[in-house]
Design a protein around this ligand. Structure first.
Ligand code: NAD
Ligand code: ZN
Length: 389
């Protein structure tokens, strides 16, 4: 089959690789009809995520048609149309039973590597390095889905691929980020980053009762899309974010702050310099929490900071003193997508929300390498790319 494969920093290619096969009775094979590139893929593309190997198939946002199931799979059958969450979870361990699927203790065969590098054992993730299990991803013609009894959500209505595809990650992620904030009716919510995750967080903040949403970025098209989502916007290249947020909130600061940027934040020099730092520090210390620091400084006393942006690295220099003095609450995490599949699908089916607004580019799988560059460099107004194998 054809697949988008990792060959090193800033080097992804369209390769021919063997078709996946059923390796475990709990597996399903999905013929991918639509798959997207995520901001998280950029950490792989930029080469800051360790334990990638040449030839790894990328991608963790995919959907398609079930073409084969293992003998233990009873919930799915050939021909079913499914969206596959980016998290691989067993469904029955301590964490899965609590709906904390990204903590699954069973699905990641390489959890010991992650423990050594990061001090904890995350669930398996599709297309996201060997310490996350080394599973091949969905930017390909076919995808092997382990624990298929637990993950994929069936789409039985006539919704288009683009309306449901983002259940795989960014819609639940934006929603989770907003939910973690504990928004109270009328709150002012500030969202750093107007990438796909930030866009979903803005809309979710409204769903959860925000009275006002302020979005921060520097890319004009992304700020415009945030405005279309009824957010007030701040261009961090034109204004000082702290002063502007204080002006907007009469000096108090936003009640809830969402970091939808993570370690690729602009403001600390080039990515290459950052990569050197990460390498030099052997994954132990990074100095890249620019947005998080700003969120801590801006958030009102006793407010909440929620983090969906990914930080690669184990220790970061954070202003814990101001955070403690302000009585802030922090909540964060890789999204336990499984928990949100049914409730968010219900919102889409009821016509309350259509996540497809975020798509700016549709390309064949073959153009994956160009698509990565375009999305990374925010060329041609690119906000979200959907690839069609
Ligand atoms: P993206 O790279 O398209 O978006 C990031 C945005 O942040 C860009 O628009 C960029 O211009 C903006 N930005 C950069 N520096 C900034 C600054 N100083 N202030 C404000 N904005 C700034 O990526 P995305 O797909 O939207 O993903 C965002 C983050 O969420 C990534 O770190 C990704 O890894 C993470 N993510 C987490 C989960 C999860 O489960 N928690 C899931 C998906 C993605
Ligand atoms: Zn993603």
């Amino acid at each position: 089959m054809k697949a988008i494969c990792w060959h090193g920093p800033r080097d992804v290619r369209l390769d021919r690789v063997p078709d996946p096969t059923i390796l475990d009775p709990g597996d399903a094979i999905v013929r991918v009809t639509a798959t997207a590139i995520c901001g998280s893929d950029l950490h792989l593309f930029d080469g800051v995520m360790p334990t990638m190997k040449t030839g790894d198939v990328l991608g963790h946002e995919a959907m398609g048609e079930v073409v084969e199931v293992g003998s233990a799979v009873t919930r799915l059958r050939k021909g079913d149309r499914v969206v596959v969450p980016f998290v691989i979870a067993c469904g029955s361990c301590f964490f899965c039973k609590r709906g904390e699927h990204t903590g699954c203790d069973v699905s990641n065969p390489n959890a010991h590597i992650a423990r050594e590098l990061m001090g904890h054992s995350p669930a398996g993730l599709f297309g996201y390095s060997h310490m996350m299990g080394g599973f091949w991803g969905g930017q390909a013609q076919y995808l092997r889905v382990p624990f298929a009894e637990v993950g994929p959500v069936k789409i039985e209505s006539g919704l288009r691929d683009e309306q449901v595809l983002f259940l795989s990650d960014i819609f639940p992620t934006g929603y989770f980020a907003a939910e973690l904030c504990g928004i109270e009716r009328g709150d002012t919510v500030a969202v750093w980053g107007c990438g796909p995750v930030g866009q979903m967080a803005i809309r979710s903040a409204w769903m959860l009762g925000a009275g006002r949403v302020v979005a921060i970025d520097r890319v004009p098209e992304r700020l415009r899309m945030a405005e279309a989502g009824k957010a007030e916007t701040i261009n961090f290249e034109e204004t000082r974010v702290y002063e502007q947020l204080m002006d907007l909130t009469r000096g108090r600061g936003p009640d809830r702050c969402i970091d939808a940027v993570g370690c690729e934040a602009h403001g600390l020099g080039s990515v290459d310099a950052l990569m050197d730092k990460v390498k030099a520090a052997m994954m132990l210390t990074t100095d890249r929490a620019y947005v998080l620091r700003e969120a801590i400084m801006c958030c009102r006393k006793f407010g909440t900071v929620s983090i969906s942006g990914v930080y690669v690295g184990a220790v970061d220099k954070l202003p814990i003193g101001p955070a403690m003095n302000k009585g802030l609450t922090f909540r964060m995490g890789q999204t336990p997508v499984q928990r949100y599949l049914q409730p968010l699908l219900a919102k889409i089916e009821a016509g309350e929300f259509d996540p497809s607004f975020v798509v700016t580019h549709r390309l064949p799988l073959e153009q994956g390498p160009e698509a990565y560059k375009m999305f990374r460099d925010k060329q041609d107004g690119c906000i979200k790319v959907v690839l069609r194998p």
